[in-house]
Ligand binder design. Structure first.
Ligand code: PEP
Ligand code: MN
Length: 335
């Protein structure tokens, strides 16, 4: 971290400033230029409050030169992390495909979709049992019964399950779930992230609709700091002024994230675009952007889906998309 001082600061106020950073165990190295004085802070600056420093009357500006996230930072862990369940991995050379309906609606629905996506090459089954809905009057999921049906579908197909935890109060119901999803709305539920740090399962962390890449990495750092480094990041579209699509798919965040972190990055073009016709083109673009996997909403009857039918592709579309994804993965050197 670098602190640039205003001209004419008194020695007394400079000494006070140095003492305040030394209080956090950080050394301040002084660089005196012809018209500016700069301090370079050396040591762990994670406890130094930038906003507080910026408000100091002798400070012109403060710049971070190292990132506030450490455990998820590629600088300290250069190799790609490979995260998943058994042979179903994401990261490094491994490409994963999480597919299934937005929400679990019935036994027939989830089992039929699970069989179809498995046959086409999906490596994980998704399906919401607890649904975070904008309207309290919308279908909010089958809850515990939905989790039971997901486990039935897992028994039928062998596909590991990814499903969303919307509240820590339900965590005891998730013992047999393979990957716990933290949805966009809970990405900054720091108490939840901290608790998930104590759990021994991979966490799929979806980017909040108004969150930056650094916000996402800091949320991942919460889980890692809690003790769980098995984290998969998911770009699912952000809120912008554009309203032609449900959200704006920020595909450039994929190579940005891949440079900053060793964690795998998955793209969800279903929630990002909100339109079934856009899912296949953006899924293919995601593979080429360097993503380690896809999350796709697939429904056997999108027109009658209880949630997100507009953006759900059919099993037939999924099958033809998977043929293209496989070719693109070969091109990208992924398996
Ligand atoms: C979902 O995956 O069904 C979901 C609700 O996603 P998001 O949190 O990205 O909106
Ligand atoms: Mn959905």
């Amino acid at each position: 971290m670098i602190i640039i001082l205003k001209n004419g600061a008194s020695k007394e106020s400079v000494d006070k400033l140095i003492a305040s950073v030394q209080h956090h165990g950080v050394e301040a190295h002084t660089i005196v230029g012809s018209d500016t004085t700069v301090f370079g802070l050396v040591g762990d600056t994670s406890k130094v409050d930038i906003e507080l420093l910026e408000q100091n009357e002798i400070v012109e500006a403060v710049r971070r030169v190292s990132e506030p996230y450490k455990l998820v930072n590629r600088k300290f862990h250069t190799a790609d992390s490979e995260i998943g369940v058994g042979n179903a991995l994401m990261g490094g050379k491994h490409f994963g495909v999480i597919a299934g309906p937005c929400s679990v609606e019935s036994e027939e629905q989830i089992i039929e979709v699970a069989k179809r996506v498995k046959a086409a090459g999906a490596t994980f089954l998704r399906g919401g049992a607890f649904k975070p809905r904008t309207s309290p009057y919308a279908f909010r999921g089958l809850k515990a019964e939905g989790l039971r049906l997901l486990l039935e579908a897992k028994k039928e197909t062998g596909l590991p399950i990814v499903t969303e935890l919307t509240s820590l109060t339900n965590i005891d119901l998730f013992n047999d779930v393979d990957v716990i999803q933290v949805g966009a709305r809970n990405m900054q539920n720091f108490d939840m992230l901290w608790e998930l740090g104590k759990c021994k399962k991979p966490i799929l962390l979806k980017r909040g609709a108004s969150c930056t890449v650094q916000d996402l990495l800091m949320s991942a750092e919460y889980i890692a700091a809690g003790g769980n480094e098995d984290i998969i990041l998911c770009e699912r579209g952000i809120r912008t002024f554009e309203n032609a699509t449900r959200n704006t798919l920020d595909l450039s965040c994929v190579p940005v994230l891949k440079a900053k972190t060793h964690l795998p990055v998955v793209v969800d073009p279903s929630h990002a675009t909100g339109m079934a016709s856009l899912v296949a083109p953006m899924a293919k673009a995601a593979v080429v952007s360097g993503a380690d996997g896809l999350m796709l909403e697939v429904h056997n009857n999108p027109a009658c889906a209880l949630c997100d039918g507009m953006q759900s592709i059919t099993p037939d579309t999924f099958e033809s998309l998977m043929a293209d994804v496989k070719r693109l993965c070969e091109f990208e050197g992924k398996i």
